[in-house]
Design a protein around this ligand. Structure first.
Ligand code: MTE
Length: 335
């Protein structure tokens, strides 16, 4: 893999859209709806932080063809608030990491090739009874709500977005794991015909991530199915994407097809590629540097300045207790 460290954040960007503007648009929509180092080849996470020139031609219509469109917008849960404006939709939907479609930030058009139906989700492993369920049946069973979440990439950029979706606990309850299960291992789709990045043999496809059961059933763990009051666009992880906002963005896997309950700690995609840089816990901490760069500050997309990064990405009051009996260094809580 090439080590390519381009600092896109050194370039100026336009200002973020204030939430009031976004909310006005949301009302309109509602009315309308009434009707590592892998050597030699490839590209390393954080080695591809391209500048905003890559977001030139955003589509205003991203996501509108999704058959679940009638479900949105959903009511916002006011418990989760932001300390910054919501990121402009165009930026959040055209500046993406999705290695299945390439290692640049500009994959949103390529991602449109992903078929979203049929989409079957498997819940298996250490569960009372393994289950396969179609995405529309799953969506009908889940309590949908909207949440404003901050999203902090390990590459030191961040955004703030309105996700729609459901608490991951509702999905764990549906799966009925055995009491001996300790982790959830999650898997992204594998479809080499539409996802050309999956033909790159130096990556260990499919994309895998994992959480402990305590994390997966924590109130903040969210399965995002919508974004900006619409179905979540393909490039952001349609139809199912994880959002665990106190952890670095690489934990937030996209295009999920399987939740497997297990008593063994899963090895995630990036951990397998470069475990020294990307670990299992990946909790945000400004004081623990990535081996190749500082995590002290972040570039907020759409804002021409860096801001200090917060412990647990600002969600410490919610999640610090999860880790109170662990040794931050020995257990590599922040890596
Ligand atoms: N999920 C899959 N399947 N493949 C990926 O390459 N990239 C991760 C995460 N989920 C990735 C993924 C990384 S590194 C980040 S920062 C976030 O997605 C980016 O999410 P966004 O594009 O919605 O901002």
């Amino acid at each position: 893999m090439l080590i390519r460290i381009k600092r896109g954040w050194e370039l100026p960007e336009s200002a973020a859209t204030p939430e009031s503007v976004y909310l006005g648009r949301r009302q309109l929509l509602k009315a309308a709806a009434a009707g590592p180092l892998l050597l030699g080849t490839g590209s390393l996470l954080a080695g591809c932080d391209e500048g905003p020139s890559q977001v030139a031609q955003a589509s205003e219509n991203v996501g509108e063809a999704d058959p679940s469109a009638g479900l949105y917008p959903v009511e916002r849960n006011p418990r989760y608030t932001l300390d910054r404006p919501v990121t402009e939709e165009k930026l959040a939907t055209t500046y993406n990491n999705y290695y299945e479609f390439g290692s640049s930030k500009n994959i949103w058009q390529k991602a449109q090739a992903l078929p979203l139906r049929p989409w079957t989700v498997t819940l298996d492993g250490m569960v009372e009874e393994p289950m396969q369920i179609g995405i529309d049946e799953l969506l009908a069973k889940m309590p949908l709500e909207e949440r404003l979440y901050r999203h902090r990439c390990v590459e030191a950029w961040s955004m703030a977005v309105p996700y729609s979706g459901f608490p991951m606990k509702a999905l764990v309850d549906l799966a009925r794991p055995l009491s001996s299960a300790r982790y959830v291992r999650m898997e992204t789709f594998l479809n080499r015909e539409v996802a050309s990045g999956q033909n790159a043999a130096w990556y260990p496809w499919p994309y895998i991530e994992g959480l402990t059961i305590a994390e997966a059933t924590h109130e903040l763990a969210f399965i995002a199915t919508g974004l900006y009051g619409k179905p979540i666009p393909k490039q952001n992880g349609a139809p199912l994407r994880l959002a665990v906002p106190w952890k670095y963005g690489f934990k937030h896997l996209k295009g999920i097809v399987r939740f497997e309950f297990t008593d063994k700690r899963p090895v995630s995609f990036w951990e397998e590629i470069q475990g020294g840089e990307y670990g299992f816990w990946a909790n945000v901490n400004p004081e623990v540097s990535h081996p190749r760069w500082s995590q002290a500050t972040e570039r907020v997309l759409g804002v021409d300045e860096r801001v200090p990064t917060l412990l647990y990405n600002g969600y410490g009051e919610f999640v610090a207790d999860l880790y109170k009996d662990m040794d931050p260094v020995k257990d590599r809580l922040f890596m």
